[in-house]
Design a binder for this molecule. Sequence first.
Ligand code: 5GP
Length: 184
Amino acid sequence: MDIVTVKDKRFRLSIPAQELQQAIRRVAENITEDYAGQQPLFLAVLNGSFMFAADLLRRVELPCEIAFVKLSSYAGTDTTGAVRELIGLNTDIEGRPVIVVEDIVDTGLTMQHLLGLLQARNPKSVDVCTLLFKPEKLKVDLDIRYAALRIPNDFIVGYGLDYDGFGRNLPQIYTIIDETADNQ
Ligand code: 5GP
């Protein structure tokens, strides 16, 4: 299905499942190689990263742990700029190599804030692993070690990413094509 409607907006297929899986496999291989001999703690940022985290972790061949945290500032199709607090980090990260797993880095503000909160807990290291990266939108100086796919500056849904809470279950990534579903 190349066109889908999520709530009141239409989206077209932009990253098919096969391309997603290929990119995820590549990142998993890089992490497996780079972290050889270590036992990283993956911190998956909910809600958006749940599908990516599941597929990524299946392919990482290392002794590792995963924990889920929440830190969200997004409503509808626009960044609010406001950042909420970190919820759910019950694991001690002091002295540990941490890999943050995100769905998408857009302005980078969310990630920058999260990295600040994590650094305060004295981990051994923190690397960022994001499924998607919009380089044109980046507003802050951010070191993104792993970015599976670079995408243009359009609003997307699917594969964990939502539009107003819907569309997360789509197995592929779709890009917005118009403002309303019934204007054509
Ligand atoms: P940032 O702080 O980097 O601007 O925004 C990061 C968060 O915004 C992501 O974790 C994600 O929840 C949301 N976001 C950014 N771009 C998109 C997009 O194109 N589609 C959706 N569904 N969420 C996005």
